[in-house]
Ligand binder design. Structure first.
Ligand code: C2E
Ligand code: CA
Ligand code: CA
Ligand code: CA
Length: 276
């Protein structure tokens, strides 16, 4: 406490070292997780609010580490900067496509990191996985963020190749980034995903609720102008679901309809049994 300035500097370094050590531990943990098969996929239903039908599932990664469950919010960012997202993403894609081919009905939505999307062999990889697992390309939906399209060299061309293949693309976390709405909506994509941060305030009293409703209204109008569907994330209450439906949102996703969960074990085992 006496030598405040020097102490502050030392504290900063100690804090920095602690972070680096924690990141190194997390990195080696992720390597081990790949080797030992500690990653799991959970699937969350996406529903059509008018018919109540489950039309799709989003695949969300989970890490069952020996020390307990680690959230993707904790390890995906480090996987991205370290490049480990490439093998992890390949595992996710194959596992998700396999689940859709064997067990799940409807579309399967898979999150793709900017680094994965920027790989020169990205479309080739997607094509191979679809082919090897026997899934129609039209049942796969790739969820990209606007960062993918900004970072990627020739991102627009890759989107066209995906469309030619018949794979669908959603812009994830739509409206949370810095790109102009019109620039993003002019891209060859099929779906805009309305981020949970908008859904969260819907139906609440005060200016935040009003602002959220206006933003959702604007996104839905924009989507319609470009012939796109909308999926609202993070729907937790019947009031949110009603407001989103009234605002013209096409599909809903959130704890109200189902949490992300593993495939039913029985169905999974049944599906991998060879046909008699
Ligand atoms: P995201 O793509 O925006 O996914 C939606 C997140 O909201 C998921 O968190 C989901 O579990 C959560 N969620 C869904 N409905 C509700 C709800 O009603 N209330 C609340 N409070 N949360 C809800 P999760 O599974 O923790 O994933 C966090 C983020 O990690 C994802 O955000 C995505 O960016 C990333 N991620 C997850 N799985 C993968 C993956 O396989 N590959 C890549 N590249 N990223 C992934
Ligand atoms: Ca997503
Ligand atoms: Ca989101
Ligand atoms: Ca996201």
């Amino acid at each position: 406490r006496a030598k405040r300035a020097g102490g502050g500097h030392a504290f900063f370094n100690a804090e920095h070292d602690r972070r680096t050590l924690a990141e190194m531990a997390l990195l080696s943990g992720m390597h081990r997780a790949l080797e030992r098969n500690e990653f799991r996929l959970h699937f969350q239903p996406i529903i059509h609010p008018i018919s109540g039908e489950v039309t799709a599932h989003e695949a969300l990664i989970r890490w069952e580490s020996p020390g307990g469950l680690v959230s993707p919010a904790e390890f995906i960012p480090l996987a991205e900067v370290s490049g480990l997202i490439i093998p992890i993403g390949q595992w996710v894609l194959r596992e998700a496509v396999r689940a859709a081919a064997r067990t799940l009905r409807g579309h399967i939505a898979v999150n793709i990191s900017p680094l994965e999307f920027a790989q020169p062999q990205f479309v080739e990889n997607v094509t191979r996985v679809l082919c090897e697992e026997g899934l129609e390309p039209g049942r796969l939906m790739l969820e990209l963020t606007e960062n993918s399209l900004i970072d990627a060299h020739r991102g627009r061309d890759v989107l066209r190749d995906l469309r030619a293949l018949g794979v669908r693309v959603a812009l994830d976390d739509f409206g949370t980034g810095y790109s102009s709405f019109s620039a993003l909506a002019g891209l060859p994509v099929e779906v805009l995903k309305i981020d949970r941060s908008f859904t969260l305030h819907l139906g609440t009293a005060g200016p935040e609720g009003v602002r959220a409703a206006e933003l959702v209204r604007a996104i839905v109008a924009l989507a319609r102008a470009f012939g796109l569907d909308t999926v609202a994330e993070g729907v937790e209450t019947p009031i949110q679901a009603q407001l989103l439906t009234d605002l013209g949102c096409t599909f809903l996703q959130g704890y109200l309809f189902g949490r992300p969960s593993p495939l039913p074990a029985a169905a999974g085992e049944e599906a991998v049994m060879p046909a008699m």
